[in-house]
Write a protein that binds this ligand. Structure first.
Ligand code: ZN
Length: 133
């Protein structure tokens, strides 16, 4: 897996942070200046296969990187994007989290059209999802 190799330095890459569980690299095809990827050193296909401790750790790393980007890049905001499944835009099946710094006038397009749902439908979905937790 290409991300296993990058996270574990079997392929040289641009590492901005590393700890015992994660490597953070700069995306080779960045959406904006500083676009980074948080990669677990262990292989997880996606969010569904990730254990709780690793999941908690990934967001701690995201907070560190976000603060550093705000400080060093002067970005006005940032998006955290994490895709699971081909339909959601996942292209490499090794869990990764995108940290995309945002600048005035950039061309990043992350969005959706807000839909409509009636109270019955929302209630039904609430019951359904809650039953799985
Ligand atoms: Zn992998």
């Amino acid at each position: 897996c290409i991300f296993c190799k990058l996270a574990n330095k079997d392929i040289p890459t641009n590492i901005i942070y590393e700890d015992e569980k994660f490597t953070v690299i700069l995306d080779a095809s960045p959406a904006t200046k500083g676009h980074a990827l948080i990669l677990p050193k262990n292989h997880f296909d996606d969010i569904y296969s990730m254990d709780d401790a690793t999941a908690a750790h990934v967001f701690q790393v995201a907070v560190k990187v976000a603060k550093a980007m705000k400080e060093t890049l002067g970005c006005e905001g940032l998006n955290i994007v994490q895709n699971n499944g081909e339909i959601a835009g996942q292209t490499v099946f090794h869990f990764h989290m995108h940290i995309i710094p945002r600048y005035k006038g950039d061309t990043v397009n992350i969005g959706w059209t807000p839909g409509k749902a009636d109270a019955d439908e929302i209630n039904e979905l609430k019951e359904k999802i809650a039953a799985g937790l």
